[in-house]
Write a protein that binds this ligand. Structure first.
Ligand SMILES: NC(=O)c1ccc[n+]([C@@H]2O[C@H](COP(=O)([O-])OP(=O)(O)OC[C@H]3O[C@@H](n4cnc5c(N)ncnc54)[C@H](O)[C@@H]3O)[C@@H](O)[C@H]2O)c1
Ligand SMILES: [Zn+2]
Length: 368
């Protein structure tokens, strides 16, 4: 088992990573989250519960923990204040009080909602993340961002609420669909590109093993990505500086997702296209070599196929200005200068962004 510490101003905790860790969750809740006789509410979704409830609950029973399931919808459509409100009513009905602890068992949607529920229930109770998608394991479960969507946009309501610990069992990703698994891999490529050249090279050279979900290869991808994220959020919990580099590929990625009405592209896939666009912007901006831009493009395309990009380039670029990461009217782009090193720039011209989106659209067309 690997232990990756996260240190934030509000809370220090560990991310625990290891295969078959779900079967030890009960003992880990006792040792790492100091749970004793308090009520545990396991927030999950029907499909995740079907796969993993027996492993989790027998591990809780084995150490005599007191648990109750609370199943809610997952998928982006369910990620609303209404779902959280209904879940809060169920917490009351289950007799949850300020000492109770929420355990989130699911993908990023369950983790964000369960974390937000824990952040606001009785002004805040403790919670633990047990992420079950690759995307949630390498990204969403670490760093304490929780929240829900509004009709006007994604993740516009939320709170920073750090978990007591994060328990990651990479083996859980073996039941993911091929597409969901690959979507998570784009976030792994991102972690490598911005902060870990060795991880990036691993993604370049170990494609077959990774796509075959070789346990050791997947565990390495998860562990290395978590180390990047844990380091970044430990330096900058609230995203005033360094944490922004985690948005590599996300500025255009978010615009592509919105343009596809959050249905044509999975988040990770949008980030895949977004990284190619950002590499192209860096080239136009004069901060990247042609060779670097091609390297990023090649590794992303190697983990495809990526779905087509919907919409006109002009309207995609217009959406960037509305992104919640836009500060004081300035759009910030994360550009990779060399593999493993990224910087935030705010002087990218609209023309460069437009050219990069057009470039990605042509690529998408050629690969369709
Ligand atoms: N808080 C953060 O820092 C952060 C970072 C990145 C993304 N996010 C959020 O994460 C969400 C996306 O998360 P996601 O990609 O995990 O999607 P998701 O939670 O919607 O899960 C995708 C699908 O996989 C299913 N699933 C989950 N685990 C499974 C398993 N082990 N086997 C089989 N099926 C399984 C789910 O039921 C769902 O249908 C977005 O809402 C995004 O905003 C948050
Ligand atoms: Zn992301």
């Amino acid at each position: 088992m690997f232990r990756v510490p996260v240190k934030t101003s509000s809370h220090n905790y560990d991310v625990l990573i290891g295969s078959e860790l779900l079967a030890q969750a009960g003992a880990l809740l006792r040792s790492a989250a100091h749970v004793a006789s308090e009520k545990i509410i396991v927030v999950s979704s029907e499909s995740v519960w079907r796969h993993y409830s027996s492993t989790l609950t027998s591990s809780l029973d084995r150490v005599g923990l007191n648990w109750h399931p609370l199943l809610i919808g997952d998928g982006e459509q369910a990620k609303t204040l209404r779902t959280v409100e209904q879940a809060a009513e169920q917490l009351v009905a289950l007799g949850a009080d300020r000492s109770s602890i929420v355990v989130a068992l699911g993908g990023g949607v369950i983790g964000d909602m369960a974390g937000f529920l824990a952040a606001i229930y009785m002004r805040g109770i403790r919670f633990v993340q047990i992420p079950t998608t690759l995307l949630a394991q390498v990204d969403a479960s670490v760093g304490g961002k929780t929240g829900v969507n509004l009709v006007s946009g994604k993740n516009l309501i939320g709170s920073f609420h750090q978990p007591e610990c994060v328990i990651i069992d990479p083996v859980l990703t073996c039941t993911l669909s091929d597409r969901e698994f690959r979507a998570g891999l784009f976030e792994v490529i991102k972690s490598g590109a911005i902060a870990d050249a060795k991880l990036f090279a691993f993604m370049e050279t170990q494609r077959e093993r990774i796509l075959a979900r070789d346990a050791e290869a997947v565990a390495y991808c998860v562990e290395a990505s978590v180390r990047v994220k844990a380091h970044v959020v430990s330096v900058d919990e609230r995203e005033s500086g360094l944490r922004r580099i985690l948005n590599f590929g996300h500025t255009i990625g978010h615009a592509l997702e919105a343009e596809a009405h959050y249905s044509g592209l999975l988040h990770g896939e949008a980030v895949g296209w977004g990284m190619i666009a950002a590499a192209q912007i860096a080239l136009l901006h004069g901060t990247s070599s042609e060779a670097l831009a091609r390297r990023i493009e090649e590794v992303v395309l190697n983990y495809g196929p990526l779905p087509a990009v919907a919409g006109e380039a002009e309207s995609i670029v217009a959406r960037i200005a509305g992104d919640k990461k836009t500060i004081g009217g300035k759009t910030h782009f994360v550009l990779v200068r060399e593999v493993g090193q990224a910087a935030v720039v705010s002087d990218v011209s609209k023309d460069a962004a437009l050219k990069a989106v057009e470039y990605v659209q042509e690529l998408a067309h050629a690969h369709a």
